[in-house]
Design a protein around this ligand. Structure first.
Ligand code: PMP
Length: 417
């Protein structure tokens, strides 16, 4: 009898039978408020009618037309449409299937176009699970352990993480920039440094926003040394943070941007967008893949963009995010073991610490389980699993936010009373 491997660790134990909007239904018909959205993927809600319609139409027309063999209309149309939302100057695109593949594509482009071997990543960052992406991931040893030797050429610099260091944002940013300069002087000389890879908000690492001064500092050093700034917007893109791109909060100007997750409402699709002069230096034919830019996924992505723009979902993310943050702050004010509520838009985390001030993954996990019992699905993140995160679909309304806040209050009370 075949069984699923225990390699897969499951957060909730729910067997999902059906999804609609912000709700999932299990096989017994029980309804859950899904504040996980497939790890920030189904931003238009489960099975949005316009996404379903576009995908169904495409399935009946052309499912797979391999893009290194023939081109297809949904991909060409998607590239056209993306120019409405891509940051200025990032007008050459490449497509793959997952965030990790997008990261690898950006890495390959950075190394080829600069002819430099090393990359700098920021401590606590998550970039994926393939070997190269895992080598660049520093949000938890579970993503790296037992996997050595991993890829070389990765230098880890501090991320300005105030609660981790116990400093103000100013202090954490000073430290991060000073250490970066030290690393460029002592470990990876600029002439051997291809790129900085950074998330606008640390995702799996604990929902810690970067800040304007830090990203300006990276930009300034990138310009000074001919290093590329790569924004990993896999989790932060497509309105998740209340602006279209997470980097928009910080006026960040990237040379390469990586997107996936919210891009196609659940169909596997990722993309990188880069400066034309960089893509021109890449080696022709060095990137590709059998399934990249699948026609159904591209059709779903176009419909996703239509829904996000026409339904005002970026603004909804900002507005409902503010309501959700207020509700979470209210809960935190009554429970001293929730020591921080942070994030942007509908990408919010609650940090748990114990009486000694140490990260408390056990209580966070218990609260998450109590919430699931009460019909609210949540995930944890952070190095110790100490952050419970809220990432509902961007179609969430005020009533659903209120309901989630009420369940969360009960769940936290149940574990910390
Ligand atoms: N980068 C970031 C910032 C992510 O959050 C993730 C996924 N959580 C990835 C890359 C990897 O994406 P995937 O799981 O689709 O490979």
């Amino acid at each position: 009898m075949a069984e699923l491997s225990s390699i897969l660790k499951q957060a909730t134990g729910v067997i999902a039978a059906r999804g609609e909007g912000v709700h999932l239904y299990d096989e017994d018909g029980r309804r859950y408020l899904d504040f996980t959205a497939g790890i920030g993927v189904t931003s238009t809600g489960h099975c949005h009618p316009r996404v379903v319609e576009a995908a169904q139409r495409q399935v009946a027309t052309l499912i797979h037309a391999q893009y290194t063999t023939v081109m297809h209309r949904p991909l060409l149309d998607l590239v056209d449409r993306l120019s409405e939302v891509l940051p200025a100057g990032l007008d050459r695109m490449f497509f793959a299937n997952s965030g990790s593949e997008g990261v690898e594509a950006a890495l390959r482009l950075a190394r080829q176009s600069t002819a430099r071997p090393n990359v700098v990543v920021f401590h606590g960052g998550f970039h994926g699970r393939t070997v190269a992406a895992a080598s660049m991931t520093t949000s938890g040893t579970k993503f790296r352990a037992g996997f050595s030797p991993i890829m070389g050429g990765v230098v880890i610099a501090p991320f300005p993480n105030p609660t981790h260091y116990g400093w103000s944002e100013e202090e954490a940013t000073d430290f991060a920039l000073r250490e970066l300069d030290y690393l460029l002087q002592t470990v990876t000389t600029p002439a051997e440094t291809a790129a900085f890879f950074v998330e606008p908000v640390l995702g799996e690492g604990g929902y810690v926003p970067a800040n304007t001064r830090f990203l300006a500092g990276l930009r300034e050093r990138a310009d000074r040394h001919g290093i590329l700034l790569v924004l990993d917007e896999v989790q932060t893109g497509w309105g998740r943070t209340g602006k279209f791109w997470g980097g928009d909060h910080f006026d960040a100007r990237a040379d390469i941007l990586i997107t996936a997750k919210g891009l196609a409402s659940g169909f596997p699709l990722s993309a990188i967008a880069a400066r034309a002069d960089l893509m021109e230096k890449a080696w022709p034919g060095s990137q590709g893949g059998t399934y990249g830019a699948n026609a159904v996924a591209c059709a779903a992505a176009i419909a996703t963009l239509d829904v996000i723009l026409s339904e005002g979902l970026v603004q909804n993310s900002a507005d409902r995010g503010a309501e959700l943050r207020a509700a979470l702050r209210e809960v935190a004010s009554q429970h001293k073991n929730i020591t921080d509520v942070r994030g942007l838009g509908l990408m919010l985390g609650n940090e748990f610490r114990d009486a000694n001030g140490d990260p408390d993954g056990a209580t966070a996990a218990a609260a998450q389980q109590e919430a699931a019992k009460r019909g609210l699905l949540l995930l944890t993140c952070g190095a110790w699993g100490e952050v419970v995160r809220f990432i509902p679909a961007l179609v969430v309304d005020s009533e659903q936010v209120k309901e989630a806040g009420a369940i969360w209050a009960e769940a936290v009370t149940a574990v910390t009373a």
